[in-house]
Write a protein of this length. Sequence first.
Length: 308
Amino acid sequence: MRRPPCSLDGIMLVNKPIDMTSSEVVRRVKQWLRPYKIGHGGTLDPFAEGLLVLLINRGTKIADQFLDDDKIYEFTVLFGYETDTLDRTGKIVQYYDGHPIERTVIENVLPRFRGTFLQKIPAYAAARIGGERLYKLARKGITVENAFKEVTVHELELLEYEWPRAVFKTRCSKGTYIRQLGADIARAVGCYGTLEHLVRTQTGRFLLKDAWTLEEIKENIESGQAHRLIIPLADALDHLPAVVINDDEEMERLKHGQVHRSLEIKVKDLPELGRLPIRILNASQDTLLALWWPKQGNEQKRQLKVLM
């Protein structure tokens, strides 16, 4: 007997295995869970592993609340050569035949890669230039020299080092290319290097240690325990300020895309007003009904996203 579609709304934390695309993870969970809608909050390269945030049903409506989150990665750079893809899956294009690099030399160049800067976009990247994916141009032998994007590396440290491998940890903005970061560090010390291993350990407030493997996900769904896998939207965004709807009139207004005056009074003294969206919750505070950006002055920004 086929399972009915899943109507739960929220997010699911998945521990993506190595050598699987993020879209394949989404496909498998969709096949097992049968949600009405599903997406993810930031892709991982196939050779990488770690935390992948899936958005389930109405969770897809708040993807913007997760896509901009900072990410934390641990990555291993193998010194001695560089590949065309800057990771272990590519073809070797540069060799280094010099002496082993001292640990202090590596540590001394790391400050160059902290802060906000323009990072070169790797040739084998999904970014579009002139409407075409860079990796497709690269496969045709076309090199785009001036493809850069602004990124921010908040933290970068060397965790372990024994030539020819160095293990780093970084907290960075969305869209930072760790492959490029590893290759640039290697070049900065007068060497070549390629990314041997990459794991995402955190996205925003969500941690890899709380994520489910694909095997665990399948087992829980098949045993009727899918609710264990999904973090409700009210909880997933519990770092945001909240206001509670208490009566039918407030609820009716919200259904029609309007905010009752009583809610405006409740939030007018919040210190976060204007910086963060406000969660509008039901009376029991277990269901996220809407995200609300109270209007400040004459600004014309989006004000309300109803999730009912």
